[in-house]
Write a protein that binds this ligand. Structure first.
Ligand code: UD1
Length: 397
């Protein structure tokens, strides 16, 4: 073991990271950053929220992962696996020694979560329990959880929000699954101090890898602001609805803390370094945001300027369940993880646009020629399977 500079603490040598939900938007960018940082990555995904196909019921292809391999020139060990299938999860986990787990896999559409709560609780919470049990059975207690600023509920005037702010009071099922999992992790750590856990509370991740080769490919019709904006700009959607223009903000529209996906991915590498350095870290939560609040209209106008497009806007009433404003105090992550978000709103728009224009149909073209010869797990079939209530999901934030 090396020594950490300036301390007598042993620096653990970690090699292999297990990533759940690796084919999704955040998962794929994070895997790229992990590979570039020298880690070996083993990942699982069930393609509920990510484009991919399973061939012969066995081998699988996910364009996002293939493209990560293309960019980095490195291989990813990838399995089609549902976290609810504990037997298979145990098998793939035990194939190699895992040093730490980063858990992205989750269903993440707020509106949908209100319609099919059972499914969200089953997939997000039971999937996490299975994962933690498999980890413990394999004597792995190092865990990074993909949480969300949604756990703070409505912050009111408590902005910028710190990690000290009470959690709970979440108004939607998706958000409650994140909150409940955080609470569960606290109980698990309190019962067994071998666990070392980092909760990363993401603000609003946007943008894409600067190559435009990987990016966000929403598989559900519940789009967040930036993907919707880009669809309007390329002409797939007629107009962008602005949900609420009478908020008490600079221009009447909602305020959020948009963070570039590559900054967010780098936050995970910083969290791993922290866990490596501090074997008895315990359980710590960190905000991953920029600390800057941006209104919907400010984002729209920056996007128009950077991309040279003009968006047709449709000013509407507030969206149910929306809060006025949310932005992070990211100083704890800076102090303890040595991490800050570096990329600007302009870069977020430029990189998302590059991805969108280079891939107007997302990843679908990469696998469409393999269908129907292989079993499709594209979004359409995933949406259908939701009604059957028998699918677990991946790739949330
Ligand atoms: C949403 C989720 C949150 C989740 C986050 C990231 C809700 C209530 N919250 O946050 O739990 O963690 O996504 O996935 O949905 N807007 C428009 N027009 C649009 C879309 C959005 O005006 O077509 C506005 C919204 O009103 C909001 C801002 O843009 O002010 C950002 O919206 P969105 O991207 O959906 O993210 P959040 O609502 O912040």
């Amino acid at each position: 073991m090396d020594r950490v500079e300036g301390t007598s603490e042993p620096h653990r040598e970690w090699k292999t990271i297990f990533v759940t939900g690796g084919a999704g938007y955040i998962g794929s960018h994070c895997i790229l950053t992990l590979l570039e940082a020298g880690y070996t990555v083993v990942t699982v995904d069930n393609f509920t929220n990510a484009v991919g196909i399973v061939k012969d019921g066995h081998s699988c292809v996910a364009p996002s992962i293939q493209r990560v391999e293309q960019i980095t020139g490195k291989k990813v060990i990838f399995h089609h696996c549902d976290l609810l299938d504990k037997k298979k999860l145990s098998e793939v986990f035990a194939e190699q020694k895992i040093d730490c787990v980063i858990h992205f896999a989750a269903m993440k559409a707020v509106g949908e979560s209100m319609q099919v709560p059972f499914l969200y609780y089953k997939n997000n919470i039971m999937g996490t329990i299975n994962l933690l049990e498999v980890m413990a059975e394999n004597n792995c207690h190092e865990f990074v959880f993909s949480s969300s600023c949604t756990v703070y509920g409505d912050p009111g005037d408590a902005l910028p929000i710190t990690e000290e702010h009470p959690t709970g009071g979440v108004t939607n099922v998706y958000g409650r699954t994140k909150f409940f999992i955080e609470e569960m992790l606290k109980d698990i750590y309190n019962a067994d101090k071998r666990w070392n856990i980092v909760l990363l509370r993401y603000f609003n991740p946007v943008g894409a890898h600067p190559s435009g080769i990987i990016g966000e490919d929403p598989t559900k019709p519940f789009a967040n602001l930036m993907p919707y904006m880009a669809q309007v700009a390329i002409g797939t959607k007629p107009s962008l609805t602005i949900f609420g223009t009478d908020y008490e903000t600079e221009d009447g529209t909602g305020v959020r803390d948009y963070i570039h996906i590559m900054d967010l991915a780098e936050g995970h590498v910083a969290a791993l370094s922290k866990l490596k350095r501090e074997p008895s870290l315990g359980l710590k939560a960190y905000n991953l945001g920029t600390g800057k609040g941006v209104t919907v209209l400010q984002l729209v106008h920056t996007f128009e300027r950077v991309t040279g497009t003009t968006l047709t806007l449709d000013l509407k009433d507030r969206r149910e369940g929306d809060i006025v404003a949310m932005y992070a105090d990211p100083s704890l992550a800076e102090k303890e993880l040595g991490w800050t978000a570096k990329r600007s709103i302009e870069e977020m728009c430029r990189d998302f646009w590059k991805w969108q224009t280079q891939n107007p149909t997302g990843y679908r073209g990469d696998v469409s020629h393999m269908i129907p010869a292989a079993k499709s797990n594209l979004s359409e079939s995933a949406t259908v399977s939701l009604t059957n209530g028998n699918h677990s999901a991946v790739n949330g934030h």
